[in-house]
Write a protein that binds this ligand. Sequence first.
Ligand SMILES: Nc1ncnc2c1ncn2[C@@H]1O[C@H](COP(=O)(O)OP(=O)(O)OP(=O)(O)O)[C@@H](O)[C@H]1O
Ligand SMILES: [Mg+2]
Length: 368
Amino acid sequence: MTQIELRGIEKFFGAVQVIHNLNLAIADNEFIVLLGQSGCGKTTTLRAVAGLETIDKGDILIDGKPVQHLKAADRDIAMVFQSFSLYPHMTVFENVAFPLRATRMSSGEVDKSVREVARVLRITDLLDKRPSALSGGDMQRVAIGRALVRRPKAMLMDEPIGALDAKLREEMRAEIKRLHVKQGSTTIYVTHDQIEAMSLADRIVIMHEGFIQQVGTPDEVYSHPANLFVAQFVGSPVMNIAEARVADQAGAASVTVGEAPAGFEFPHQLLSKLNGHAANGGLTMGIRPEGVLVRHDAAPGYMPVEASIIEPLGSFDIVDLKVGSTMLRARTKAGYVSGPGERVHVRIDPEQAHFFDTASGKSLGVRL
Ligand SMILES: Nc1ncnc2c1ncn2[C@@H]1O[C@H](COP(=O)(O)OP(=O)(O)OP(=O)(O)O)[C@@H](O)[C@H]1O
Ligand SMILES: [Mg+2]
């Protein structure tokens, strides 16, 4: 059982505040991912939990007990970094065994623990090798093994696979997930890669400039982004964002983006749901490329537009469509639009549209 709670954490480096009133409760066995751009405070938060960094305000609780006064070594938390520093003169076995050597464990018990961790991480046949003989992925497995061998209360990982190439990253991602399902330890994992975050996390914590933007399951942050930052940070290709005006038009709502000559048709109930936001000019619509529907021939509700750049991405294409002064990116079947300049017809799927207050960036929580 390990719960971690962060209450009202503030952190300054000199006069610069890098963490602002951070609150987060992490459940036993939960896999939490801190996601955000470089410099948003992910590592600082992780180091504070580990005891490698002091905080200026707030409380860090492990299983309900404040731990700020405890040294890193007394918090029983293991940390894996991006740059895995294995001891080059020791074998893999000795590297993994190292944290146990300082304990009063008998050598028989050490041997058993190392072999168990090695089995889980599939590095048994590497135990006699030295780090210089290992691939990047294997080195990272060994580093994780060294962190796990003490059976810590919690695992903290700071971009542990960020330095590996794309294929290996994908492999290690699956490995880390498998390991978590098997070992089930409370984990805080830091990355700036949203795909890594989506695939690993029970819940994602999206950070920006030291502030938490949203905490939610991968589905929640993808389907119900709390603000424009999250909307554009999660999802690839990124969500289309455009200033929008909404008008009442013959029993339907008409949503005009940019300087488009006509509006997209939406159900009339959008007007009442927006509750006045339509009128004051401070409205932004967000729509993911898969919510921009494209067809060749004309149909009710579809607007004629011209295709611009086409990006083939293998199983699908991303097609840029000129809608007035706004460019909307649509996701289509591969090859559906033949080339730039082709005339097609486009519609916005109302059910996939998001609406935000332009000034604050906050989601209005309006879904159809
Ligand atoms: N020891 C330090 N002294 C002064 N400023 C620091 C120190 N460590 C971090 N910072 C600053 O604090 C802010 C947060 O840094 P942090 O390392 O937590 O970001 P991060 O989200 O982990 O970024 P990255 O993705 O680049 O690793 C940054 O502006 C950084 O420059
Ligand atoms: Mg960092």
